[in-house]
Design a protein around this ligand. Structure first.
Ligand SMILES: Nc1ncnc2c1ncn2[C@@H]1O[C@H](COP(=O)(O)OP(=O)(O)OP(=O)(O)O)[C@@H](O)[C@H]1O
Ligand SMILES: [Mg+2]
Length: 241
């Protein structure tokens, strides 16, 4: 469904992504794991069409152009950005409605809105509250619900559990696993490797803009690079990166 070949992204002279190859098949949850500054956000922002890039990004057999966010959204790619991208001074309901941007199927869109309120009772209960008044976890739910309202086929989630209390973080991970059953394909950026590998089918480990290891979630749970860097391995080797 998605394939990156030799993806490179520059910020001025800084080469933040240095030749990444990555594949996501329809129906998979694929994780992109890496430490701060590894290039995870840069990668998903390039896929969403928010950055210029070199190399190739293909989605459903079509080549994506750099900086084509609106076209990519219409093609079925939705991004929940790092920090959630919620508009705090708008209400919860208004934030949700933004998720319908670009949809012309009004009746179905209304049905989807109703379903989303059912699925996230907190968003219904707080519909008229300012989004800034929600807790971090609730805001993350709102951000994901809003992205789902565009009916994405590929959902890009950038560190959805960041800064959340453990209970909320668990809830977010459960929500992510449930997406698979609905036919939403997920590329999940995370630093919490252990929980991530529990919900993902496959994962890639990114280090200073390069993929250093990849495999099934089961394989990577045993991978020394991952365990030493993220799972508190005790082999005493220097941390990578
Ligand atoms: N707007 C920018 N201008 C210049 N350099 C940037 C910009 N955004 C990111 N970078 C640099 O690009 C590299 C990759 O950053 P990126 O945000 O993609 O990492 P990340 O893996 O998402 O990290 P984190 O886990 O902290 O979110 C870093 O060295 C970062 O400093
Ligand atoms: Mg990031």
């Amino acid at each position: 469904m998605l394939s990156l070949r030799g993806l490179e992204v520059f910020y001025g002279p800084i080469r933040a992504v240095r030749g990444v190859d990555l594949d996501v098949q329809a129906g998979e949850i694929v994780a992109l794991i890496g430490a701060n500054g590894a290039g995870k956000s840069t990668t998903v922002r390039a896929i969403a069409g928010l950055l210029p890039f070199r190399g190739e990004i293909r989605f459903d057999g079509r080549t994506l152009q750099p900086n084509a966010a609106e076209r990519n959204l219409r093609a079925g790619i939705a991004l929940v950005p790092e920090g959630r991208g919620i508009l705090g001074r708008m209400t919860v309901e208004e934030n949700l409605l933004m998720g319908l941007y670009g949809r012309s199927d009004r009746a179905e869109a209304a049905t989807d809105m109703a379903r989303m309120r059912e699925r996230f009772p907190i968003l219904r209960a707080r519909a008229d509250a300012l989004a800034s008044q929600l807790s971090g976890g609730e805001q993350q739910m709102l951000a994901i619900a809003r992205a789902l309202l565009s009916r994405p086929r590929l959902l890009l989630l950038d560190e959805p559990s960041l800064g959340l209390a453990p209970k909320m973080s668990d809830l977010v991970f459960r929500l992510i696993s449930s997406l698979r059953d609905e036919g939403v394909t997920v590329l999940l950026v995370e630093q919490k490797a252990r929980q991530t590998l529990r919900v993902a089918d496959r994962a890639y480990l990114l280090e200073t803009g390069r993929v250093v290891t990849s495999g099934t979630a089961a394989e990577l749970s045993d991978d020394s690079l991952i365990s030493e860097t993220f799972l508190g391995g005790t082999t005493g080797r220097a941390q990578h990166g």
